[in-house]
Design a protein around this ligand. Sequence first.
Ligand SMILES: Nc1ncnc2c1ncn2[C@@H]1O[C@H](COP(=O)(O)OP(=O)(O)OP(=O)(O)O)[C@@H](O)[C@H]1O
Length: 261
Amino acid sequence: MTGENAGTRQPVLAVRQVTKRFGAVEALIGVDLDVHAGEVVALVGDNGAGKSTLAKIVSGVLQPDSGQVRIAGEPVTIGSPAAAHALGVSTVFQDLALCENLSVAANIFLGRELRVSASGPMDLARMELESTKILRDLTVGVPSVLAPVRDLSAGQRQAVAIARTLTTRPRILVLDEPTAALSVVQTAEVLMLVERLRAMGLGVILISHNLADLRSVADRIEVLRHGRNAGSFDAATAAPEEIIAAIAGATRVAMPSWARR
Ligand SMILES: Nc1ncnc2c1ncn2[C@@H]1O[C@H](COP(=O)(O)OP(=O)(O)OP(=O)(O)O)[C@@H](O)[C@H]1O
C-alpha cells in the first residue's frame, strides 16, 4: 500500500470536524477521517459508535450539522447519493440493493443501462461484455453474467454489488459490513476483492465488526467511540488488545488466545 507515504500525500477524502445530531443523540462529534488513493481504511466501533452515520454522510444519504468534507482537497457538499456518485463516492450498503430475478449484467448496469443510441433500446451485448470485463478485472468468478442473482452465493452477490459501483468509476468506495453473514471461504474471497480495489487505486472505507478480517486487509484502523475519534492504528503493527481497548474505552483489555490470531 501507500502507507509509507500516505502521511505526505493529499487524501482523496478528508472529513474534518463533522458533527451530526439526531434530536438529543449526538451520533458524531467533531469526527476526522482521511482516506488516500490505494488505501483501505477500516472504520470500527461498538454498536452505536457512529460508523453508519459517517458512511451515510460520505455517501450523501445524510447531511452533517457542521464540519467539512473535502474530496481531493476541494470542500464539497454531498447533498444526495447522486451527488456522491458525481463526486466519485460509491457505497455498498449491507442490503446490497440487488434484484434477485435479474441477471448479473442487468444488476451491474441497473439504473445506468447502456443503450444502442441515446433514445434507443438497451445494448445488452455491450452490458454483458462490460460486466464480464469488470468482474474479470476484480478476479471475481461468477457462473455467467447472464445468471440471475438469486443463483449466486452470498460472496458472489457482494462481488456483483461492488462491481456495480465500478461502472461510475468511483475514487472512493464505502463498504458497509461486506463480510457480515459470509462463510469463511466467501469472506476470504471478499477480502481478496478489497485488495484488488486497493490495487486499482481506490480509497476504500471498510466498516466491519470482524477485527481479524480488518487486520488482514486494512492499512489503517480508525476507531469511533460514542461518536468521537477514539484511536488510529497501523493495521500491520497494532496489537488487537490496543484496538479493542480503544473500541471499549479501556486502557487495555486481556485477550483470549483465539482472538490474538
Ligand atoms: N435516523 C436516526 N435517528 C435517530 N438516531 C439515530 C439515527 N441513526 C442513527 N442514530 C443514532 O446515532 C448513533 C450512531 O448510530 P450509527 O448507526 O451511526 O452507529 P454504528 O456505529 O453504525 O452502529 P452499528 O454497528 O450498531 O450499526 C446511535 O445512538 C443511533 O441510535
